[in-house]
Design a protein around this ligand. Structure first.
Ligand SMILES: NC(=O)c1ccc[n+]([C@@H]2O[C@H](COP(=O)([O-])OP(=O)(O)OC[C@H]3O[C@@H](n4cnc5c(N)ncnc54)[C@H](O)[C@@H]3O)[C@@H](O)[C@H]2O)c1
Length: 319
């Protein structure tokens, strides 16, 4: 849809799934001012009505934006469709346990989006996100760059948070990425980690605060991996950080920012892997992923990446 005065395209985002993650993302996106129109869809229509009213009542306090309920025809002119529908991870349930339940749901949604001739980007959030992104890509028949998963953007922010706390340095000066599966086999790309441009291993002697960095490294990486399980044990689901991570990804698409983010993307030969959706450093614009950056990972990291690939492949084969 175009603005009748300026002729500019409206920045329209459709969110499928108005539960904890979908509604929190909607709330954060509305406050960011990045979208002109946000449409919520959920198979639970009462939930959508309630969320739309609740969010709408906050409109005097944030940027002008239309927030409304919709239906599948809203996919047709959306710039980004964000899919958070499905079952949430329950305490003790691994992300891979959710696979079969959510594959059918996401496959159908991807087909509906494609049938509406949407020209935008499909962003899958539901878990297990890498596999569901693969399912959505195959079911939609879209070009690979336009179907992406939120991947390890959230995990990378958890990693930066922990490093920032450990080093006592502003998180904005901490550059660090988690790669691989969004799940138990994810790994920290230590070779890409730096504090204010100084490689982490060179920064440590300069800082000199901690005595056993090797041990601390392992601990931090493990804490990142276990973060979601801890939060789910405490309160049943995670929503705030993921909502903000989704604003970052959606903003990069709406504003065609060429941001480097570790979204889950279909790889075809990069890092010598192929036919899987997995988190690697990606350049993200209004066309979706336009390039995968083949950062020079060390052998140990490449092994971890290959490990994630075989885990994801095994799950894909069970579908
Ligand atoms: N990728 C990440 O970083 C990340 C982080 C947190 C949660 N998640 C995942 O996001 C998903 C949503 O989590 P949540 O806490 O919001 O769950 P939730 O149960 O609160 O919300 C899910 C919503 O999806 C709706 N739904 C189910 N089937 C649908 C369909 N066919 N069409 C439309 N709506 C449908 C449900 O009615 C529900 O309102 C889960 O799969 C969760 O594991 C991913």
């Amino acid at each position: 849809m175009k603005n009748y005065k300026t002729g500019e395209k409206r920045r329209k985002v459709v969110i499928v799934g108005a539960g904890a993650v979908g509604a929190t993302f909607c709330y954060a996106l509305a406050q960011s001012g990045l979208a002109d129109e946000i449409v919520l869809l959920d198979r639970n229509e009462d939930l959508v009505s309630g969320q739309v009213l609740d969010l709408g009542h906050g409109q005097p306090f944030f940027h002008t934006v239309i927030i409304r309920s919709g239906n599948i025809t809203d996919y047709s002119d959306a710039q980004v469709v964000v899919v958070t529908a499905g079952a949430a991870q329950r305490p003790g349930e691994s992300r891979l346990d959710l696979l079969r339940k959510n594959a059918a749901i996401i496959g159908q949604i991807a087909e509906d989006i494609a049938n509406q001739k949407c020209q935008g980007v499909m962003l899958i959030v539901s878990n297990p996100v890498d596999i569901l992104t693969y399912v959505a890509l195959k079911r939609s028949g879209w070009p690979k760059g336009r179907v992406i998963g939120s991947g390890t953007v959230l995990d990378s922010s958890r990693f930066r948070y922990l490093l920032s706390k450990h080093c006592g340095i502003d998180i904005h000066n901490v550059h660090a990425y988690i790669l691989g599966e969004h799940g138990d086999s994810e790994f920290a790309a230590w070779s890409m980690t730096n504090i204010a441009g100084i490689k982490i291993d060179e920064y440590c002697p300069v800082c000199g605060k901690c005595s056993d960095w090797k041990y601390q490294r392992k601990l931090i990486e493990q804490q990142v991996r276990e973060s979601a399980y801890h939060i789910i044990n405490y309160k049943g689901s995670t929503q705030f950080a993921v909502g903000l991570a989704l604003v970052k990804i959606t903003g990069a698409i709406l504003r065609s920012q060429n941001s480097v983010l570790t979204v889950s993307a279909f790889v075809e030969g990069e890092f010598e892997i192929s036919d899987v959706c997995i988190s690697v450093p990606c350049v993200l614009s209004d066309m979706g992923v336009t390039r995968i950056i083949e950062s020079p990972l060390v052998p140990e990291e490449l092994n971890s990446l290959t490990g994630s690939v075989s885990i994801l492949r095994k799950s894909i084969e069970t579908l």
